[in-house]
Design a binder for this molecule. Structure first.
Ligand SMILES: Cc1cc2nc3c(=O)[nH]c(=O)nc-3n(C[C@H](O)[C@H](O)[C@H](O)COP(=O)(O)OP(=O)(O)OC[C@H]3O[C@@H](n4cnc5c(N)ncnc54)[C@H](O)[C@@H]3O)c2cc1C
Length: 433
């Protein structure tokens, strides 16, 4: 039997999927957990309107040679799925430079197996959560299809599939007829597809509300509408989170505040480069097409996820500042693209949709920040998951709780060190850990 660690007071900042998962695993270890979030339990955050895909297939980080090419092409096209808006602030330019440095084949080769292992650990975490809450954490294990309209995209996806095979990931390359057999009754204008059978999908808003209820039941002190304005230091440690409702002291502090984590990290002198990757989604309540598996429309980079009777479309990655406004041109570009894959759908199907926007927390090298920092002996980071926050949440919670307990995490985590950019600037201050 695994011995439980000595109970400690663990303060988790942020009630998105990353913070909820950290709070859950820490509570399972018997710690006294307090979760602080400036919004309400159902307040809008990136973790609610996303595509709900649990995708071990996404082992190539955003910082890759392919993204650089797509980013450069987007400079001239405000409707392109990946959009790098030209800006001249130093922080933004530094992020772009760090992104370019990381987007090398050799780095992708190093990161891919690590991301695969983290994602597979998380996949197993979802299986366990689904067993615990079969309705609250639905897990549709039908795989994920990457639908390609043209031969060029199919060729590129086949190349990626070969990399997956080299990494030991199951993958199927399918001709058009084979895809049709998997989705009977669904008309698809495609040349073919690549299928990742280990991928799955869920309903993110249901997972979030189930975890919130589960945490309350487990005795976690959930403090909504409590904004952390500052982290107060005492020497090498964080003494307290200064909040809109007074100070909250603790033994360990987990910063899981999504896009807003960088501002909190500054209080412990930790440079945490993050850029918001704005994405949009909209949901058809009674769709005329009902796919079985979730899918990615390759050229349009749009995710399509069945959620009960509804169908959600999500996409675009607009690297920007903290700006949740919705650009109708980008939503229109998504609506224009979808019928090119599903000819049964037309513009009328999307009349009256309510677009949603979320800000993905994107580090320049495409790897999350998970683990302890040398900047404060009792601080841990759990953020920067970019397009993978839902997928990687259980593994993030598990790793963070292992580190709090002093256990070795089940997968290597050194690549996710929150200090990696501090080190790069040669200014990391060892503070006793
Ligand atoms: C369109 C779209 C589609 C996506 N699809 C997928 C997908 O299919 N699969 C996948 O794995 N990922 C997907 N993602 C990415 C995923 O949604 C994110 O990576 C994830 O939600 C990030 O979770 P988080 O907990 O880090 O941040 P958030 O959900 O943003 O939560 C951060 C929380 O911190 C709180 N907070 C911030 N600052 C403070 C403060 N100072 N004090 C107190 N509280 C604070 C906020 O109120 C918020 O509740 C998608 C994202 C988008 C935009």
């Amino acid at each position: 039997m695994t011995r439980l660690p000595t109970p400690r007071a663990v303060i988790v900042i942020g009630g998105g999927i990353a913070g909820l998962a950290c709070a859950w695993y820490a509570a399972q270890d018997g710690h006294r957990v307090t979760l602080l979030d400036r919004g309400g339990p159902d307040g809008d955050r990136c973790s609610l309107g996303n595509a709900g895909m649990i995708v071990p297939s996404h082992f190539v980080p955003l910082a890759s040679p392919g993204s650089v090419k797509a980013g450069l092409l987007s400079l001239a096209n405000p409707r392109s799925p990946l959009r790098v808006a030209p800006r001249f602030e130093p922080e933004y330019l530094r992020w772009c430079w760090q992104f370019l440095c990381a987007a090398r084949r050799s780095r992708v080769a190093l990161a891919a197996p690590a991301l695969r292992d983290l994602a597979l650990l998380s996949r197993r975490g979802y299986e366990a959560l689904h067993l615990l809450w079969p309705q609250g954490v639905p897990l549709a294990e039908h795989g994920m299809l990457i639908l390609c309209r043209g031969r060029h995209a199919l060729h590129e996806e086949r190349e990626a599939a070969r990399m997956a095979q080299r990494l030991g990931m199951p993958v199927e390359i399918l001709e058009r007829d084979a895809v049709a057999a998997l989705e009977p009754g669904l008309d698809m204008a495609i040349a073919g597809a690549v299928r990742y059978p280990l991928d799955a999908h869920t309903v993110p808003q249901r997972v979030v509300s189930t975890l919130v209820a589960g945490l309350a039941e487990a005795g976690v002190d959930l403090r909504w509408h409590t904004e952390v304005t500052r982290l107060r230091r005492d020497g090498a440690r964080i003494a307290a989170a200064v909040t809109s409702d007074g100070e909250v002291g603790g033994d360990e502090f987990v910063i899981a505040a999504g896009m807003w984590s960088a501002a909190l990290a500054r209080d412990i002198d930790l440079p945490l480069p993050l850029l918001a990757g704005k994405g949009y989604s909209f949901t058809l309540r009674s769709p005329r097409v009902r796919p079985h598996a979730c899918a990615l429309l390759a050229e349009a980079r749009i995710a399509v996820t069945p959620m009960g009777d509804a169908l959600r479309f999500a996409g675009t990655m607009e690297l920007c500042g903290i700006d949740p406004t919705i650009d109708p041109r980008r939503v229109a570009a998504m609506i224009d693209a979808i019928p090119k894959y599903y000819p049964q759908l037309g513009p009328a199907d999307f009349a009256g949709i309510t677009p949603w926007a979320g800000l993905r927390p994107c580090p320049p090298d495409g790897l999350p920040y998970i683990g302890r920092t040398r900047r404060a002996t009792n601080a841990l980071l759990a953020t920067g998951h970019a397009m993978m926050g839902l997928s990687l949440a259980p593994a993030t919670g598990r790793v963070v709780s292992d580190l709090i307990a002093g256990r070795e995490p089940p997968v290597p985590v050194s690549l996710y060190s929150p200090d990696r950019f501090a080190r790069e600037h040669g200014n990391a201050r060892a503070s006793g850990s």
